[in-house]
Design a protein around this ligand. Structure first.
Ligand code: DX5
Ligand code: ZN
Length: 219
């Protein structure tokens, strides 16, 4: 299992320190939420910040683009040091081409699906995918409540990718109360923002999440 702290809930004035704290506590990825104020009602991070993070750590940078027509910015984020780029199926008219463009940069290609988007959307793109991100909140903000209706969707997605080398990631409202259920449903990568950086002890929050079945102590 991979814990990917979302820096959306970090302290941006001390971003480097926050990142070092969670990576030294066992987080294997850093999740970076890119928002354009169009696809979602919020504006966040651009390639400059990704490059600045890249300069202080070798950790895998998981770039989640919540932007319209993401194909316009794939090169910029890849050049900035993204380890993988995930685009929303709802944000592009040409998902297959977009995934191809990401892979051309030699990095992981991911697709994200909003809670209401069917898995059918990606049925014919599976060969182009390294990762599927199931949104468990409506994208745009950190600290929202987990939508339980996505659990059956996760189970279905896991069945869909049997025999393929595709990671299954969940994003939104993940904390120690639901991480075991998500693990059992088939999730490989757990994004968590508020439950880690909203905690007085972000490093301890990562360690608690890593304690689930299969990785040592049970919670
Ligand atoms: C939401 C973002 C998430 C967000 C998750 O649009 O994609 O990555 O940071 O935050 P929490 O874990 O606080 O729901
Ligand atoms: Zn995200």
């Amino acid at each position: 299992m991979i814990i990917a702290p979302s820096i959306l809930s970090a302290n941006f004035a001390y971003l480097g320190d926050d990142i070092k704290e969670v990576t030294s506590s066992g987080a294997q990825w850093i999740h970076i939420d890119v928002m354009d104020g169009v696809f979602v009602p919020n504006i966040t991070i651009g390639p400059l910040v990704v490059k600045a993070i890249r300069d202080i750590t070798d950790i895998y940078l998981d770039c989640h683009l919540m932007i319209s027509q993401p194909e316009r910015y794939i090169k910029a984020f890849a050049d900035a040091g993204a380890g993988g780029i995930t685009v929303h199926a709802e944000a592009t008219n040409h998902l297959h081409r977009c995934l191809y463009m990401i892979r051309e940069h030699g990095i992981k290609a991911g697709v994200a699906l909003n809670p209401s988007t069917s898995l059918d959307t990606i049925e014919y793109c599976l060969d182009m995918l390294d990762l599927i991100l199931i949104m468990s909140v409506n994208p745009g903000f950190g600290g929202q409540v987990f939508i339980d209706a996505v659990i059956p969707k996760i189970i279905k997605a896991k069945e869909m990718i049997i025999g393929r080398n595709i990671l299954l990631e969940v994003d939104g409202g993940v904390d120690t109360s639901n991480i075991r259920t998500l693990h059992d449903a088939g999730i490989d990568v757990f994004v968590a923002g508020f439950s880690i950086f909203g905690s007085p002890d972000p490093g301890g929050a990562v360690r608690e999440m890593l304690k689930i079945k299969g990785s040592g102590l049970d919670i």
